[in-house]
Design a protein. Structure first.
Length: 368
């Protein structure tokens, strides 16, 4: 007996057979990888490309009594020679802080830890944070080539009201010492604030603001992000114990030993440069990953404590890099220096390198 050929049924059978290996592969956990690679599609065809130098740093506030601001001079000389036209810092913008303050049940600790209080400057200028940021944009849009000291004092006051004390310090440093006084919106309290910041061991104050003033820049760009911050988990003690256990590994011990050795050597002739070369070496990012974020990824708790921590870290870095990309878009052809804690450097560079119109600069070459 001859069975009639059914083309539709045959097609279904063939398709089913073809799909089975694919389904099986997916069910077996075979990785799917993106076919599109933005990092291989760099531009522009015309004009100057955007360049970014990511400078990983130790937070200067933890270096202790062995550190003195004048030790930074060899670093500043090299960064000045590279000649950034924009400097981005690991600070929260005044506008993000203003947003976080509106959600205290989630962000009260973040505001207390990372947001300067603009109240005094707001009272002195009559501007709240959004209005002060708008006023900064208005002032700089018609900023003269040779501003008067009173204009710089006024802009410093407005920057403080905008929640941007790093940029206020840039204006303060661009004044000659005799012009650094309480006028044009700056009160005695605000002047004391600026003078205190000028000498505070912090990379925004001692590196970014000093460098910006030397280069004739008018401001810094605050690109940190804490919008992914959340209150402690429902099991804070268990979460903390799990993360600390993950961090107790050979890579962490190696990092601690290296940090201690670098700090102890700060007073040597090239002590500060040696520290920055170590934190910006190509192999540094992998050591950070192995000791911290990679260890968290492998943390075995059923609650996924380590994975939740890693999600926060990746989200924060993505948003920080998005802020940098936004700044670069304001003026194509920008040469941007991003100063950030050394643990962020590998993520900064990896994410920035995905951008079509971003070219990375080797920090080690600049630090020679």
């Amino acid at each position: 007996m001859r069975i009639p050929f059914n083309a539709s049924l045959f097609a279904v059978l063939v398709l089913s057979v073809a799909v089975l290996p694919t389904v099986a592969a997916a069910q077996s956990g075979e990785d799917y990888r993106a076919a599109f690679h933005p990092d291989q599609l760099k531009g522009p065809a015309v004009g100057t490309p955007n360049e970014v130098l990511v400078l990983g740093t130790q937070h200067l506030s933890v270096l202790g009594d062995t550190f003195r601001p004048e030790m930074l001079e060899p670093l500043l000389i090299r960064l000045e020679a590279w000649g950034p036209t924009v400097i981005a810092t690991e600070n929260l913008s005044g506008l993000q802080c203003d947003s976080l303050r509106r959600y205290p049940s989630r962000y009260a600790d973040s505001v207390a830890g990372y947001c300067p209080d603009p109240t005094a400057a707001g009272l002195a200028t009559g501007l709240d944070v959004p209005a002060a940021n708008a006023e900064v944009e208005r002032i700089l849009a018609s900023w003269p080539d040779q501003p008067l000291p009173g204009q710089r004092r006024r802009l410093a006051a407005v920057f403080l009201a905008a929640g941007e004390p790093g940029s206020a310090l840039v204006q303060w440093l661009r004044l000659i010492p005799d012009e650094r006084r309480a006028e044009d919106g700056l009160t005695d309290t605000l002047v004391a604030n600026l003078n205190r910041r000028k000498n505070s061991p912090n990379e925004t104050n001692l590196i970014a603001a000093v460098l910006a003033a030397r280069l004739g820049l008018e401001r810094l760009w605050s690109v940190d992000d804490h919008s992914a911050d959340t209150p402690d988990s429902a099991e804070p003690e268990a979460s903390s114990a799990a993360i600390m256990a993950a961090w107790d590994n050979p890579a962490t011990h190696a990092r601690k030993e290296a940090d201690a050795r670098l700090t102890a050597g700060l007073e040597r002739e090239d002590g500060v440069l040696d520290m920055y070369r170590a934190y910006n070496a190509p192999e540094a990012a992998m050591l950070v990953y192995q000791s911290d974020f990679g260890a968290a990824l492998m943390e075995p708790s059923s609650q996924g404590f380590g994975r939740s921590y890693l999600a926060y870290w990746e989200t924060r870095n993505l948003r920080m890099v998005a802020n940098i990309r936004d700044v670069l878009g304001r003026k194509p052809g920008t040469r941007l220096l991003a100063i950030v804690g050394a643990s962020h450097k590998g993520y900064y560079e990896a994410y920035l390198d995905q951008m079509h119109d971003v070219r990375l600069t080797d920090a080690i070459a600049v630090l020679q």
